[in-house]
Design a protein. Sequence first.
Length: 370
Amino acid sequence: MKVCIITNIPSPYRVDLFNHLIDKSIYDINIIYSSKNEDNRFWKIDKVLLKNSSFLKSKTIKIRTKMDYKYIHIPFNIIAKLNDIKPDIVIGSEYNPTIVEAFIWCKLKKVKYISWSDGTLNSEKNINNIQLILRKLICREANALIASSTATKMAQLKYGAKEERIFISLLTVDINKYLIERDYSRSNKTPKLLYVGSLIKRKGLDLLFDAISLVNYEFVLNVVGEGEEIHNLEDQVQNLGIREKIKFLGYLQQNELKKLYAESDIFVLPTREDCFGLVILEAMCAGLPIICSKYADGVLDLICEGENGFIIEPYNSKQLANTIQNLLNNPEKIKAMGKSSYTRVGNFTLENVLKGFDGALKYVFKIESL
């Protein structure tokens, strides 16, 4: 059986997932990307890693949103590509123009279609009526659905999907690349907090800095990432009088980042909105306790409140400050929660995550054979 997966760009975590699927699957897997990259992504992908992959001819439109940029890829040859591959099943990621064309092609050709999404009711709260109609149509008509989180499943149900057709395949990284056996007997003289992500309004660093100004403790926050808010954030740090506590490190490649995870004590993600928050999982692989915004929609699957982390309201500066302060005041709690984080990452191995894909494919093939 031939399976075609369509997604936007070859992000590192997706490439790892696809390669594992290709290597382990009984199916003939083909990957189609709408574009090679987006200008807010700094990662580098070795072309050798792009197995069974092809790229569409497309035009990318960049749209400014309230807190970020959105990229829409307009495909020129998705129909021709599908006609050439002749898949038995198409797995389409999200609900963009490429996916809508592919969905229509599947309907016309009587090819089974699986809808795959990271989106949540929170991340999609500002969609327009046309986007809502498309989601409802695809979720109701898809032969099966793959959800990247519990929150995504809730969205698919809201859009009209039948629960028995939904299979959860948690968003993940290749955790073997991030696992660090931490020496918990070692501790930093000055505790090190860590943030990893884009320096954009959506990520909520300004909210974190407001909270840090209220924390009465000597520590350092290392900020990893680049983005358009850098100058505003530097000005804010200066105005709040916390310059000695904040270090802007820019973008780091994986080997440098892994070293920094190993040297850190606490991971903080104050985001205003995230479909999941994969950096949380990376930090858990390093055995770090997590302080995370409730607006990172992966928290339902990643964090057990009080065991490996705390889920906070980032707009409540006092609550966030108190959470940081209380954890810094309790080094043994930091170690215990870090150990719990490390234990929980076993749920996110590629083998476990791909059970959702396997379940969706078997469900569709079973229907086909009836």
